[in-house]
Every structure is written in C-alpha cells, then in structure tokens.
Write a protein that binds this ligand. Structure first.
Ligand code: SAM
Length: 330
C-alpha cells in the first residue's frame, strides 16, 4: 500500500501530470475524503464539478483553490470537449460529482469517454459510493451484485422492472429518494418473496445514519412505523433469488433416487404421479440417465456402483420404449 503523507497541504501538493482524475468524494461526512483524493483536488489545475457551489464547500474545507468549471448532465457534451482541450494543452483536471463517485448514478461517463477517445490519460482516484458502503455492511452470502440505481419513476414501469429484478440470481442494489421510498417499498413487497432479505441504508455516514435489515414483507411496516424512517437518502439491497429447480431437474433427481431402489418402469410410474409428467417420457428419461451413469462408470474403472434391475440395457437408452409399452399401462 502506498501511504501518502496526510500532512501535505495546498501549495506543497505535487503538480500532477496532465490528465483527467476521476475523484470519489464523501457521501455525507467530509472526513471520509481520502488523503489521495485531497492531494489530487489540491494539486490539479482545474476541478470540473456537477454543482460548483456545492463543491466549493468541500474544496474550501481542504484549502484547495483550483479553477472551478461546471460539468453536469445538461452541459456534459460541451464540458467534455472543454476538458479534452485543457488536458491536451497540458492541464490536470479533476472530475467530481455532488457526492460519491462520478458516473455512479451521476454524470461523468461522457467526459471520461471523450478523454479516452482523445487518447489522453484517465486516472481513477477511488472513494465513497453509497452502493459499496451498503454492500459492505449488508452481509449477503451471495458475492455477486447488480447495481440498478434508480428505478423508473412511473409506477407501471417501476413494477415491471422490479418483476424482472425479483428473479435476479445476484444481489440487487437500488437508490431511492425520500419522495418515492414508500411506493418503492410497497412495490418491493409485492414483487419479492415475502421472506426475501432487504437491507436499507438511510443517511449513510451522516448524523442520522440508520441500517435496517428486514424481510420484503416487513419493509412497508417499518417505514410506516416512524416518520424518521422515511427521511433522507436511501440505498437498498435485496438478496439474490433462490435457485429455481426446473421440472426437469426435479424429475431427474426423483427418478435417479427411485431407480436405485426400484425397477425402471415402476420408478417412472411413481415419478409421473409425483410430478404430473408423462410416465412414458419419464421411462425414456430414466433409461437415458442410467445409460449416462453406465458410460461414466465405463470411463472410470474405479466406480463399480452401477445397479441393474434387468429391465433395460444401455442400448435401449434414448429409444422409445417400444417393447415394454407405456409404464402407466403396465
Ligand atoms: N454518485 C453517488 C454514489 O457514488 O453513490 C450517487 C449519486 S445519486 C445522484 C444520489 C443517490 O445516492 C441518493 O438519492 C441515494 O439514493 C444515494 N445516496 C447518496 N448518498 C447517500 C447516503 N449518504 N446514504 C444513503 N444513500 C445515499
């Protein structure tokens, strides 16, 4: 780890090489600004900020006096060209958003893409983001996550999107404003299994920071219980959907278990009653499964566990059960 000198201040900050520095800034608590981010913001020639007034507070706090220019969603294409020209002319430019990491549910991507396209350096200076802050304290066993950001504002589009996300096999992370948190909680409770775990992060790193872990069914009640629960900035995550067992997987597992104890035809008949699938199809499937097992055993001389009930040979596998007829009618 390269630990830089935290005491290095304004005029002493080293002059940075020309390039675009994409700097993560705090999501609430000013002291979460990293040493390197602070050095970069004090060392660059220019800071491109989403809102220059908001960012002035942060820059004043660390004694940085760069030229401040605006780069936000309404002028991003123009700002991108201006930034490219500055970097090409040998300047160092830091890109920051109002809070957190630029490009994460914030503008920044167009500026970054323009600098890449011009063949000029882009340097990450990582810092806070609400998504990683929440995931770090969520404790979900599933390591993969899908960052969804804000859901659509329109109720139907939001519900449709949630219906898709409910099937995600990765954890899903959402951003939400206090104006829509109640509707989103109701939609989550409707879209997810009632016992799916939801993690709520409210006002992270700020004075009234709150973490709440509950089930999808419990979330609307928790919000209704206290007006404070509905205030501030929200990041939410819900656990991955449990793996779906398809009818085919279920039938295979059942057939394999039954075939270890019973003749194939009888196993197929019982599996048909349990799954509602056709006994004939299950009979063929059982033969194919057994043939697969026997092939494996033939390749592995150490495995002598193959069983044989005398009803079918591996040659019959994959063929229609023409000889024996439908097991259901036997
Ligand atoms: N770029 C930011 C990041 O890296 O997280 C996100 C900016 S996005 C415009 C603002 C949203 O992020 C808020 O509406 C909220 O959903 C989430 N957020 C930002 N700060 C937060 C905080 N301190 N606690 C909880 N959520 C926060």
């Amino acid at each position: 780890m390269n630990l830089e000198d935290p005491e290095r201040r304004g005029p002493d900050a080293e002059r940075l090489k020309p390039g675009l520095y994409v700097v993560g800034t705090p999501i609430g608590r000013l002291s979460d600004l990293g040493h390197r981010a602070s050095d970069v913001l004090r060392g660059v020639d220019v800071v491109a900020a989403e809102d220059t007034r908001t960012s002035r507070v942060l820059l004043d706090h660390i004694g940085a006096r760069p030229t401040l220019i605006a780069s936000h969603e309404h002028n991003e294409a123009r700002a991108a060209q201006a930034i490219v020209e500055r970097v090409r002319a040998g300047q160092s430019v830091a890109l920051i958003s109002d809070a957190g990491t630029p490009g994460i549910s914030d503008p920044g991507a167009r500026v970054v893409a323009a600098v890449h396209a011009a063949g000029l350096p882009v340097v990450p200076v990582p810092g806070p983001a609400a998504v990683t802050a929440l995931l770090s304290v969520a404790g979900f066993a599933e390591p993969r996550f899908r960052f969804e950001g804000f859901l659509p504002a329109r109720p139907k589009a939001r519900r449709d999107r949630l219906a898709q996300l409910a099937r995600s096999d990765a954890v899903v992370v959402l951003y939400e404003s206090p104006h829509r948190i109640v509707e989103t909680a109701d939609d989550l409770a409707a879209a997810l299994d009632p016992d799916r775990t939801v993690m709520v992060g409210r006002e992270l790193t700020k004075r009234f920071e709150q973490l709440h872990r509950c089930t999808a069914a419990e979330l609307p009640g928790w919000l209704a219980a206290d007006a404070d629960h509905r205030r501030g900035e929200f990041v939410l995550a819900f656990d991955a959907a449990p793996p779906e067992i398809s009818d085919t997987q279920l039938a295979d597992t059942l057939l394999e278990a039954l075939c270890t104890e019973l003749p194939v035809r009888q196993a197929a008949r019982i599996a048909a009653r349990a799954t509602g699938l056709r006994a004939n199809d299950l009979y063929r499937r059982a033969l194919a499964l057994r043939a697969g097992r026997e092939d494996d055993a033939a390749e592995d001389p150490g495995d002598a566990s193959g069983d044989d009930d005398g009803e079918a040979t591996a040659d019959e596998a994959g063929k229609a059960p023409a000889v024996s007829g439908p097991p259901g009618s036997a």
